[in-house]
Ligand binder design. Structure first.
Ligand code: PXP
Length: 238
C-alpha cells in the first residue's frame, strides 16, 4: 500500500505573494499530518520563491512524520541539507524560469557529480532519492550511483488523456518493476490528483506518492486536513 507525502510548497506560495507571515507551511504541516500524511515534502529552491530556510528548520523540529527535502544538487543545498538532516533528500533538476519542476533529473549524463553528491549525503545518514523520468537508462544510472530511492515523474502521465495516457501508465508500471528488481525503492509524483491517482496507487509495491498542488487546491474548499484524508482514502482503496 503506497504512503502519501504531502508537498507544502503552495502554502508558502500564497505567503510569498505578499511577503508576509501567513499562511505558514509549518502550521499547515500539523494539519497534513492529522489528515494522514506519511511525510512532509518541501522544495527549497535556489531563488527561494516559496519555501524559506526558516521553514525547513522549523519543520525539522516540529513534524512527527518524515521530512523530505527536495533540492537541486548544488554546493549551497548540500551545506544546508547536511545541517538540516532531513529524513531524505530528493534531488530534482532546477531552472529559474520554470513554473514547476519540468522533466526528471538527467542522472545518466551527470553520474560523476551525482555520485560524489549522493555519497556525501549518505555519509550524514541522509537517504537520497532521484526524481527521474521513467526510462531504464535513468534507473540503471540511479542504481549504480547508489540512490536509495527513485521518484518516477508522473507529470507526462497526468497531462495526457485516453490511449496516450495508458501508454505512459504502462511505461511507469514497467519502470517501477524494473527498478524494484534492481533493489531500488520506488516513489512517484507530479501532477497527481483525485482523478488520476488511483491507477498509480494500484501499482504493486510502489512506495510513496508525493502530491502537492491538487491537495492544496482542494484544501481551499474543505481545509487541508480533509483534503489530505480524502487523497489518502483514494490511495488506500488500491
Ligand atoms: N515530486 C516532485 C519531485 C516535485 O518537484 C513536485 C512538485 O513540487 C511534486 C512531486 C508534486 O507535484 P504536484 O504539486 O503537481 O502534486
Amino acid at each position: 500500500m503506497a504512503t502519501l507525502g504531502v508537498n507544502l510548497d503552495h502554502i508558502a506560495n500564497v505567503r510569498q505573494a505578499r511577503q508576509t507571515f501567513e499562511p505558514d507551511p509549518v502550521q499547515f504541516a500539523f494539519l497534513a499530518e492529522l489528515g494522514g500524511a506519511n511525510s512532509i515534502t518541501v522544495h527549497l529552491r535556489e531563488d527561494r520563491r516559496h519555501i524559506q530556510d526558516r521553514d525547513i528548520f522549523l519543520l525539522r523540529d516540529t513534524i512527527k512524520t518524515k521530512l523530505n527535502l527536495e533540492m537541486a544538487a548544488t554546493e549551497e543545498m548540500l551545506k544546508i541539507s547536511k545541517k538540516l538532516l532531513p529524513d531524505y533528500v530528493t534531488l530534482v533538476p532546477e531552472k529559474r524560469e520554470e513554473i514547476t519542476t519540468e522533466g526528471g533529473l538527467d542522472v545518466k549524463n551527470n553520474e560523476k557529480h551525482l555520485k560524489k553528491f549522493v555519497d556525501n549525503l549518505k555519509s550524514s545518514n541522509i537517504e537520497v532519492s532521484a526524481f527521474i523520468d521513467p526510462y531504464n537508462e535513468q534507473i540503471i544510472s540511479s542504481r549504480e550511483i547508489g540512490f536509495n530511492f527513485i521518484e518516477l515523474h508522473t507529470g507526462k502521465y497526468s497531462d495526457l488523456k485516453g490511449e496516450k495516457q495508458n501508454v505512459e501508465l504502462q511505461r511507469i508500471i514497467e519502470s517501477t518493476y524494473y527498478a524494484i528488481d534492481l533493489g531500488l525503492v520506488v516513489n512517484a509524483g507530479h501532477g497527481l490528483n483525485s482523478q488520476n491517482v488511483e491507477k498509480i496507487a494500484s501499482i504493486n509495491n510502489i512506495n510513496e506518492l508525493n502530491i502537492g498542488h491538487s491537495i492544496v487546491a482542494r484544501a481551499l474548499a474543505v481545509g487541508l486536513e480533509k483534503a489530505v484524508s480524502e487523497m489518502k482514502a483514494l490511495i488506500l482503496k488500491n
